[in-house]
Unconditional design. Structure first.
Length: 186
């Protein structure tokens, strides 16, 4: 089975007006995505933000649950946070994975928009189950998603998550959980 990684990109991403921005790291994204990644055997969850102040905030939040009172109060949270790494760029993430695994990861962009070259969950699940030669990195964007050019530059683009209706604006925490379940769930 392939090693699977997750990166939550905070910049550059779109805001609701289609402008390129940096979003803030949120407490809920750290907690909920770390727990989902641990549940679905993701090797590492990267929070990617170029601003040191944002990474420092994440370190402070995670530190509470990894040391002292928080670690003894909720050891499950400590375990989930042990898989979280902070990074200033996607290039840095790819380099760390390559150094660890001996190969650059296959990058898979996620997006709420449909792309004609999008792959299915079944196809990717089979590939993850049968390919242990290279690591795989799922890319998620905060705000209103990854930049279109960044999605198109990924090695693969995963089909969007759709419900039965027209509404399609999941929180990134929900999208990560649904996608990980489709790719790794029993």
């Amino acid at each position: 089975m392939a090693e699977l990684y997750v990166a939550l990109i905070h910049a550059p991403v779109y805001n609701k007006h289609g402008q390129v921005v940096a979003t803030s790291i949120t407490n809920l994204d750290i907690h909920d995505i770390a727990r989902a990644c641990t549940t679905y055997a993701v090797k590492r969850y990267y929070l990617v933000h170029p601003a040191e102040a944002q990474r420092a905030l994440a370190r402070r939040i995670m530190g509470f649950w990894q040391e002292g009172y928080g670690a003894t109060y909720n050891p499950d949270r400590k375990e989930a946070f042990s898989r979280v790494s902070l990074s200033s760029s996607l290039a840095e993430v790819k380099g760390e994975i390559a150094a660890e695994c001996g190969a650059f990861p296959v990058c898979i962009a996620t997006d709420a928009r449909q792309y004609p070259t999008a792959i299915s969950y079944a196809w990717l699940r089979a590939r993850l189950e049968n390919d242990d030669a290279r690591p795989y990195l799922l890319l998620f964007g905060t705000g209103w998603g990854l930049l279109e050019q960044d999605v198109r530059q990924a090695d693969l683009i995963l089909a969007p998550v759709y419900g039965p209706g027209e509404y399609n604006h999941l929180s990134v925490r929900s999208a990560v959980s649904i996608i990980l379940d489709r790719l790794r769930g029993r």
